[in-house]
Design a protein around this ligand. Structure first.
Ligand code: PLP
Length: 350
């Protein structure tokens, strides 16, 4: 039993738990709307134009989720029977319910890489472009920036360019799962457009660290986004007065984007504080995520919950802690204290 009420909870399970800020709620209430399936919602149209411009792409499409944005990136640039290359840690491979195979008829081929980042050499070694009737041809490669399962690792501009150069040399398209591309941009100190430029399509989420209640975008060439629009309809993703949600997205890009660096700072301070206690971190934490290595993740999660701190066990021996805009410095201090206590309760770090 927890002694904490809901309002005391420090929820570090994900940046998706962020709630719309008061300013965002006002922007949603005031949104000008129309029927977006007719292309008549002015707020959606504005968000799509802003997103395309921020990523340096010709066009962008507003969709309900990051999962749909990724799927549309794949569907609009491949055909059933094609092979696609992505990291063994990639979100679309691990956590999107086998939709590449189920919906796209695609053969996902997974590649290893440190912290979920694929090197150009690894990519080159697995591309198949052949007229051998036995083989599935590779037509798309995907990277993730930041890499969720890679501790929030970032592909730099140079790494992205090198990855895309190999793919393009062989006629492949590149999709970037940029659910947290703005976290990468902030951490690297570059414009998101520079990380997006080498990729053909890029998805990003408004509903994570940016704090909107829902919504993602897929940006890319005009004709690819037009194909994605048709697939969005097929998947049931056409929304009507979606401007209410798009207004939240526009507000997030204008007012919340600048705060992502604070999430990164808190993640860093959390890690430094626990490093001094002997906690074990299996990988670097350059953005808003911190992974801890523990002996019994379920037990640690339960003990933290009793202290009002929520985190996720992502493996039997691994915990994920995510900082976001609803965690302030007081929340950070609470989290550090709770972790200290739980780690000290164990003879050896749990
Ligand atoms: C890297 C990455 N891509 C895609 C998604 C999917 O986003 P959604 O939950 O909006 O479908 C997530 C969700 O956590 C993610 O972390």
């Amino acid at each position: 039993m927890s002694i904490y009420s809901d309002t005391d909870i420090v929820d570090l399970r994900s940046d998706t738990v962020t709630r719309p800020s008061p300013g965002m709620r006002c922007a949603m209430a005031d949104a000008e709307v129309g029927d977006d399936v007719f292309g008549e919602d002015p707020t959606v149209n504005r968000l799509q134009a802003v997103a395309a411009e921020m990523l340096g792409k010709e066009a962008a499409l507003f969709v309900p989720t990051g999962t749909m944005a990724n799927l549309l990136g794949f569907l609009s640039q491949t055909r059933p029977g094609d092979a696609v290359l992505l990291s063994e840690d990639a979100h679309p491979f691990r956590y999107e319910r086998a939709n590449l195979a189920m919906v796209g008829g695609l053969l996902p081929i997974t590649l290893p890489g440190q912290w979920g980042k694929i090197t150009p050499e690894t990519l080159r070694g697995r591309i198949v472009v052949s007229d051998d009737p036995h083989l599935a041809n590779t037509t798309l490669a995907s990277l993730e920036n930041t890499v969720n399962r890679g501790g929030g690792a970032c592909y730099t501009v140079e790494e992205t360019e090198a990855f895309c150069a190999v793919a393009h040399e062989h006629g492949l398209r590149v999709h970037c799962d940029g659910a947290r591309i703005f976290n990468a941009a902030v951490a690297l100190g570059v414009e998101a457009a520079r990380l997006a430029r080498p990729c053909d399509t890029v998805s990003f989420c408004l509903s994570k660290g940016l704090g909107a209640p829902a919504g993602s975008l897929l940006a890319g060439p005009r004709e690819t986004v037009a194909r994605a629009l048709a697939f969005r309809k097929m998947l049931g993703g056409g929304m009507r007065q979606a401007g209410v949600l798009a207004a939240a997205g526009l507000y997030a890009l204008e007012h919340h984007l600048r705060d992502l660096g604070e999430d990164h700072r808190r993640a860093r301070e959390f890690r430094e504080a626990l490093e001094r206690e002997g906690a074990v971190f299996p990988m670097p934490s350059p953005t808003n995520m911190v992974y801890l290595q523990v002996r019994d993740a379920r037990a640690v999660v339960d003990r933290l919950r009793q202290r009002g701190v929520l985190v996720l066990a992502v493996a039997a021996d691994r915990i994920r802690v995510v900082f976001h805009r609803d965690i302030d410095d007081a929340g950070l201090r609470r989290a550090v204290e709770a972790f200290r206590a739980v780690l000290a309760e164990s003879q050896t770090p749990c």
